[in-house]
Design a protein around this ligand. Structure first.
Ligand code: CP
Ligand code: NVA
Length: 310
């Protein structure tokens, strides 16, 4: 029997595996548009979704993906679990291991996802932590791939807070051979730890000038300045990031066919203006739709080999 697979971080995947996920997602998307559900790889499997932070896209797209693959999602509201009364992660994981066949976790500490993955016998999927958001970034690079076939020729520029989304974008770019720029205030710069993990650090350029990378950018990506968990610094952050707003003036010098991307939810009037997010270059709804197709493909990737061996 092969070892169980997890998606705890994007670095769990090779370039080849990411492209296999893209190809399968493309197939799922095409078939679903014709009303065809092609796979029941999760038949008989109950998959838990343990979320310590709010979610619309990740939760719902995973629940639908699990149902469409023949499984049953069980939403685990953490305030209703004994974990909220102090039962340890380890004990909770041992118990969930007796019932479930998979777990999607959204939480604060990356180490919590890693602990679950170590203890349970089934796949664990990171549905966002303070440090990383791998499922989001797979859907994002899938979206870019739909528009610009050769990713190695693409330049992605992230403007704003170098947060969990940005960290994962950098590491995915590193795996895929994509040039990645980050424009951010020097006070909130890219984490050295992330740069140290990169195998190809020459792919990354960082500047505190929001305008510097715009003319060479095939993709301009932004995200909130106040991530879930950062609320205590809200006022300071809104001030420091002000000049990194993605607005019409900023994107004026971008190539005509650049893609504007945002993982959502957007804070309109803060990190992005209505004119940009609702403009012709924006692919944010396509990104959101692709979460479903890519999530199905991630699940297929994590479960299919084990199934094939039965
Ligand atoms: N982009 C994303 O993860 O959205 P949710 O917080 O709604 O899941
Ligand atoms: N960086 C954001 C992403 C939300 C999907 C957060 O962590 O709140």
């Amino acid at each position: 029997m092969t070892e169980k697979k997890d998606l705890v971080n994007i670095t769990d995947l090779s370039r080849k595996e990411i492209y296999a996920i893209f190809e399968k997602a493309k197939f799922y998307k095409f078939q679903r548009k014709k009303g065809i559900l092609v796979d029941d790889v999760l038949r008989g499997h109950s998959i838990g979704l343990l979320f310590r932070k709010p979610s619309s896209r990740t939760r719902i797209s995973f629940e639908v993906a699990i149902i469409e693959l023949g499984g049953s999602p069980i939403f685990l509201e953490t305030s209703q679990l004994q974990i909220s009364r102090g039962e340890t992660i380890e004990d909770t994981a041992r118990v969930l291991n007796l019932y479930l066949k998979g777990l999607v976790i959204r939480t604060y500490q990356q180490s919590e996802v890693e602990s679950f993955a170590r203890i349970v016998d089934f796949p664990v999927i990171n549905g966002l932590t303070d440090s990383f958001h791998p499922c989001q970034i797979l859907a994002d690079f899938f979206t870019i791939w739909e528009h610009k076939k050769n990713l190695e020729e693409v330049v992605v520029t992230y403007i704003g807070d170098p947060n969990n989304v940005c960290n994962t974008l950098i590491l995915a770019a590193d795996i895929l051979g994509v040039r990645i720029n980050v424009s951010c205030p020097s006070e909130y710069s890219v984490s050295k730890q992330i740069v140290n993990i990169m195998e190809n650090p020459h792919l990354l350029k960082v500047s505190d000038d929001p305008y510097s990378f715009v003319p060479e950018s095939d993709v301009i990506y932004t995200d909130t300045w106040v991530s879930m968990g950062d609320e205590t610094e809200k006022e300071k952050r809104l001030e420091v990031f002000k000049k990194f707003q993605v607005n019409e003036k900023l994107v004026k010098n971008a190539p005509a066919n650049f893609l504007f991307m945002h993982c959502l939810p957007a804070h309109r009037g803060q990190e992005v203006t209505d004119a940009v997010i609702d403009g012709n270059n924006s692919v944010v709804w396509q990104q959101a739709e692709n979460r479903l197709h890519v999530q199905k493909s991630i699940l297929h990737f994590l479960y299919s080999e084990a199934e094939d061996e039965l």
